[in-house]
Design a protein around this ligand. Sequence first.
Ligand code: HEC
Length: 172
Amino acid sequence: MNKHDSTFLKKFSMVIGFLIALTLVLILFARHLNTLLPQEMTAQAKAQTAARIAPIGAVYSGSTGAAAAAAAAAAAAKAATSQAAYGGTLDGEVIYNSLCTGCHTSGAGGAPMLNAAGIGARLAKSGLETLHKHAIEGFTGATGTMPARGGNPALTDEQVIASVDWMVAQSK
Ligand code: HEC
């Protein structure tokens, strides 16, 4: 072995030694980094989490449930409609004078007037039940179009019937 070769060997083994040391350092660093990662949940931890979120995740019904809320909303809507139309009055004259008179007093648009030839003739021809039904549901006949509930959807069936009965009573 000449001098040149031994110098090379010395330097070469120093480089190899350095690389081995570097490898060890990297392995240790990688192990350290691995401990910093969130660990996979154990079965016990999973059970604890499930127990913790159970009240939120469970189906909730009963007195404060959606069914009760929907029923309350429906009741409120019903109360609002029954309040809306003329204070909920069942006085046929009041309702007639507030709404139906617009057509039926003058006969506008072919509306039968409150006399024997008008509403009186309708009663003789169709009967009271049909007049109630046509006033509630609306009706298109030979002379024109009667809008459902006189055009006020807030009127209840009872209110429309009361108005028709009052009209009939005036038409003899
Ligand atoms: C926009 C005008 C108008 C208003 C408002 C109106 N009506 Fe009429 N109504 C008519 C017309 C038009 C007819 C006739 C339809 C036909 O026979 O062609 C009619 C017909 C009727 C009839 C007879 C139905 C039949 O079968 O012959 C009744 C009962 C009646 N209206 C009740 C009412 C009551 C009660 C109100 C108020 C709540 C009212 N109307 C409001 C236009 C109106």
